[in-house]
Structures are given as structure tokens and as C-alpha cells.
Design a protein around this ligand. Sequence first.
Ligand code: ZN
Length: 212
Amino acid sequence: DANAVKTVYFTFDDGPSANTLKILDILDSYGIKATFFVIGTAKSEYMPQIVNRGHTIGLHSATHNYSSVYADVNSYLADIQQISDIVYNTTGVRSNIVRFPGGSSNKVSAKYCNGIMTDLTVRIPSLGYSYFDWNVSSGDASAVRVPADKIVSNVLSSAKGKNSICVLMHDTSVKTTTVDALPAIIEGLDAMGFRFEALKAETYGFHQAVNN
Ligand code: ZN
């Protein structure tokens, strides 16, 4: 349906980083909002700009260390509280949106705690958080530096035929080609009729199937 409203949610994981301000400048130049799932070992000094420039800040992990985060449920909950406090102390925002390291469908957590994602995907909503996965991957984590044109084609080809997409990208210092790809991704999705939105707790969660 050419008249259907199409919505795209950009998500940037693992920042803030040396690339955050470049990403924010590109988003500003197109007048669009996105979502940043941040970690505690990153450049927290850029967290206020994410908030002050109108984007959503979400909780990813304090340590992003799978073996400790997924050691057991209490370890996960302590980690998410830790990044929540970092975000709050840095920005004044008490975020209620979460992205699990590896997504809710991750299998790596099974190495550390059998069934933990089955538990957390129920417990996190019960604690008042909304968690978000994605239905479009930029593929920018499949190598250290994926060519920008490959990142663009990954997103645009995966967006075809969908009316609501949540795009996984990464905001780390090595992901310079993600920054390079961003204008063409924005222009391509705009030409396909997508409108750009930041995630809110009540947004559809793009939940993947749980595998552990
Ligand atoms: Zn991550």
C-alpha cells in the first residue's frame, strides 16, 4: 500500500563514542530523531548531547561483558541498574527502555546461564522496562569496517516490503563506515516513504524469538 504510513526507528548500540557527535550532526542536518542504547564503558560525556538534541537514550549494559551480565538474573539486573544510574547521573533521565546485549534472541547467554533470556524477557517488562530488538540489521558488526555501500544496501534491501522497521547500527569509534553510510540510508528510506521516529516505551518492541 503506497499510502501506508511507514516508520523507521534508528538504533545505535554500544556508544557513546568518538563518532557520536558526527552521528548527531547528520541526524540534525536531516531533522530526524533516533535512539541510542548506551553502555557504561563508553564516552559518557556525550550522553547529555544525545538527550539535549532530542533523541531517546536507552539502556544497553554497564559492562557489555556477556560472562558477567548473563551469569545469572541478579547479575543482569545489577548491570542494568548500574547503566541506569550512569545515564541518570549524567543526563537526569531515568530511562525505561532496554536492549539486551546480543538481543533477546541471543544464544551466547546459554554458555553462562541456561534459560536466562526466557526469564529476563518476562521480568524486565514486569519491572517497568520495555525491551527492544530489531527487524533490520545494518550488518555493521559483521566485520571491523564493513564498506559503507554494503551497509546502505543491507538496510535498504531489508526495509523493502516492511511498514515498520527498527534498524540496528553501532556507535563505536571503529564504526566510521556506519557514519559514512548514514546519509545514503536516510535518503534511501525517505525515498521509500519512511518517517523517522525515536523509540518510546509504548512503541512496538520488534521482539525476536527467544533461544535460551
Ligand atoms: Zn551491544
